[in-house]
Design a protein around this ligand. Structure first.
Ligand code: ADP
Length: 296
């Protein structure tokens, strides 16, 4: 993949930042469109993901705005994690998984022939539910990706920059050779964020990054996420409604369609909008029922 320069979507006939008329942010074309203030970073068009013959999530179209936080919410099994993993081709690692539709990153379909999934994952990093530092030193955790990519020069500056960006530097600068596993859970997750940003991605996917953390560590990560939007676009899966409301700029609500005859449960996007609108004035009654705890 060449270094991307284009930030428009295939159907955007307007200036970046004004991509408002045909952005497809909602499944219902009658909804008002929400402009992507900094342009569109990722666009999903009719994305369906299957595991074998089972359709986990169907016909999802929405856009991820640049340098903002997009939250994916909805009841368990509606395909949030599945969809998140399609955004950096992580589902390629599941042999039965197949993806149809288009996912465009900086104007380029990441599922097109000739696209290197490893390069996609370098540009679109991921942080997982459970902090998973490697059983290596803090320093080596951060340098792992760059070294794998063949970077041989002195990496001290990179380590400091990434640990600073992950708001961990002050806590670990005197023990960079200690094991990553010796850190607290919250520190381990910030180390994983430092490791994710070490390969210079511009999007970070986070799959319930705080679910294993205590409330204080959780707030620390949430503050960090907001700070990170200066440099990164973030997509987060969370089952924590307060968290979605606190950190995200946009929220996409998914549900599970149940086909009793065929015994199938398939995830679908109900609506996507500004987080404030989703939480105070959702367009669809299913969204409101979920958010107020009456369903899900
Ligand atoms: P969520 O994140 O919303 O809880 P998931 O994306 O984890 O939902 O799962 C969506 C559906 O896909 C569920 O029915 C789940 O059982 C199924 N699923 C997830 N991962 C796999 C897999 N590796 N193989 C087969 N089915 C899977």
């Amino acid at each position: 993949m060449d270094k991307p320069t284009v930030t428009t979507t295939p159907d955007a006939g307007t200036e970046p930042g004004q991509v408002g008329e045909r952005t497809g942010l909602h499944t219902d074309p009658g909804y008002k469109k929400r402009p992507a203030h900094n342009g569109v970073h990722v666009s999903l068009e009719d994305v369906t993901v299957k595991y074998g013959s089972f359709t986990a999530v169907r016909d999802v179209s929405f856009e991820v705005p640049r340098n903002e936080i997009t939250a994916l919410i909805g009841p368990s099994g509606c395909g949030k994690s599945t969809l998140l993993r399609t955004l950096n081709r992580m589902n390629d690692l599941v042999p039965t998984a197949s993806v149809s539709g288009a996912i465009t990153y900086n104007g380029e379909n990441i599922y097109a022939d000739g696209i290197d999934p490893v390069e996609v994952r370098r540009r679109i990093g991921m942080v997982f539910q459970k902090p998973n530092p490697f059983p290596k030193s803090i320093y080596d955790n951060v340098t792992f990706g760059p070294r794998l990519n063949g970077m041989k020069k002195d990496l001290d500056d990179l380590v400091e920059r990434c640990l600073r960006q992950a708001a961990l530097w002050d806590e670990v600068k005197d023990k960079l050779n200690s094991s990553g596993l010796s850190l607290s859970g919250g520190q381990q997750q910030r180390l994983c964020i430092a490791r994710a940003i070490a390969t210079s991605p511009d999007i970070i996917l986070m799959d319930e990054p705080c679910s294993a953390l205590d409330p204080v560590a959780t707030l620390r990560i949430e503050d960090l996420m907001k700070e990170m939007t200066k440099d990164y676009t973030i997509v987060i899966v969370t089952h924590n409604m307060q968290q979605a409301a606190r950190v995200s700029d946009l929220t996409a609500f998914f549900t599970v369609d149940v086909d009793d005859e065929r015994g199938e449960r398939t995830g679908t996007l109900v609506e996507m909008d500004d987080t404030e609108t989703i939480f105070t004035n959702a367009s669809d009654s299913r969204t409101e029922a979920y958010i107020t705890g009456r369903f899900g």
